[in-house]
Write a protein that binds this ligand. Structure first.
Ligand code: HEM
Length: 397
């Protein structure tokens, strides 16, 4: 089996489940070459992904969770600062504590009514048209509005920020020269405006709270705020969008399961949502770096080696899940690992679940007989998986 988990082409029609299957069966911790880089261990079995993600003492999130090491220009831009996604405890714990309260289940539930109203508004805008690009006009709207609300920004600004992250996430060769850098600068300029505005007029929002809080007895620096801002816009955007688009596609491709869900949507949505998370696994991987020599599933991993956890592969491991290659919306229990686990386990997961339920409820009850108006186009990314464009035709219910 030819294994290539780096080429964006490998992910151009969804995740490479045939490669994942071969790897789980034959080489669950396998060395993968990396043109221009040091190479990495690809980890594909559930038990090993779980163990690596939880063992921050052996597997560090520094210097980055991306396979490619940060370019020197990034060190110039960010100085000594980094996102908390790329920190280890105890530093990570200190930073996560600053925003944890906003993301607990009770805090997320307080936002539920507002999120439902946003979902109605998003579907209102397309339902009479009878066709739309589901990714851009429906799925992408929700997370950008929610981040804007959390940060206390106008909803339209949320949409603009989301467009910037899309550019930032696009492979540089697919963009006009300098476009990626320009998008980062625009994001920073915008966040600098937020700093000025929220310092002058603090309100009851996460941006104001972050600017007021302290680490080691001092306020966050502007750069630390900017990196939090980037992380939140980044982490909650494409992921939720891709779950919604990829999830809807999975329903269209599995009409029996779709019919089962619609027979009692409110009662069946929770298990269906978890199964769609398992099935789509929007985050393809997270990287760690071994701090010391360690044995993993019989492989000797050396200090300094890159170790990459493939969540989509773990989520189809027959050693942990019954009939994992079957979409089973009633699956219970469903111990999927689409949100990761351990110290970095997705902070936004309660909000994400509320967003997903609100959007699916609106879409599935108000847009009917939907079908693809053209084949979906997938994101050419080896990091985040999902349709980039998905033109739909439908009728108003
Ligand atoms: C379907 C939607 C989502 C998926 C699949 C997802 C998945 C993930 C994954 C896999 C991680 C890394 C976990 C690890 O390393 O073990 C992560 C981290 C994170 N996510 Fe999510 N996420 C989603 C939605 C959101 C939303 C809506 C927000 C915020 C509003 C959010 C905020 C974060 C943050 C802040 C982190 C970093 C946590 C840390 O470093 O401590 N995510 N997410």
């Amino acid at each position: 089996m030819k294994i290539d988990l780096l080429s964006p082409q490998t992910f151009a029609a969804g995740q490479p489940h045939d490669q994942y299957r071969w790897l789980r069966e034959h080489a669950p911790v396998r060395w993968h070459d990396e043109p221009g880089g040091a190479g990495f261990w690809a980890v594909t079995r559930y038990a090993d992904v779980w163990a690596v993600d939880r063992d921050f003492q052996a597997f560090s999130s520094e210097p980055t969770i991306m396979i490619t090491d940060p370019p020197p220009s990034q060190a110039d831009a960010f100085g000594p600062y980094k996102m908390m996604l790329m920190m280890d405890p105890p530093e990570h714990t200190q930073f996560r504590k600053l925003i944890r309260q906003e993301f607990t289940l009770p805090a997320a539930r307080l936002r539920e009514e507002r999120i439902k109203a946003l979902a109605r508004q998003i579907v209102d805008a397309v339902v009479e048209k009878g066709e739309c690009d589901f990714v851009d006009e429906v799925a992408g709207e929700m997370p950008s509005f929610v981040i804007a609300e959390l940060m206390g920004l106008p909803l339209t600004d949320g949409r603009e920020l989301y467009k910037l992250t899309e550019t930032i996430h696009t492979a540089p060769e697919a963009l006009p020269p300098g476009a990626g850098q320009a998008a980062v600068m625009k994001m920073f300029e915008y966040a600098s405006g937020v700093i000025a505005e929220k310092r002058a007029r603090p309100a009851d929002d996460l941006a104001s709270k972050l600017l007021a809080c302290e680490v080691d007895g001092r306020r966050l620096s502007d750069m630390e705020f900017l990196l939090f801002f980037l992380l939140l816009v980044d982490a909650g955007g494409d992921t939720t969008r891709n779950l919604l688009s990829g999830g809807l596609l999975a329903l269209m491709e599995n009409p029996d399961q779709f019919a089962w869900l619609m027979a009692d949507l409110p009662a069946r949505l929770p298990s269906a949502r978890e199964e769609l998370l398992r099935w789509t696994s929007p985050v393809i991987y997270m990287r760690r770096t071994a701090r010391r020599d360690v044995e993993l599933a019989g492989q000797q991993v050396h200090a300094g080696d890159k170790v990459v956890m493939y969540f989509g592969a773990a989520n189809r491991d027959p050693a942990t899940l019954d009939a994992p290659e079957t979409l089973d919306l009633a699956r219970d229990p469903n111990p999927h690992i689409a949100f990761g686990t351990g110290p970095h386990g997705c902070l936004g997961q309660h909000i994400a679940r509320i967003e997903i339920d609100a959007m699916l409820t609106e879409v599935l009850t108000r847009m009917k007989d939907f079908e693809l108006a053209a084949p979906p186009e997938w994101l050419p990314s080896n990091f985040i998986s999902g349709p980039k464009a998905m033109p739909l035709r439908f009728k108003a219910a």
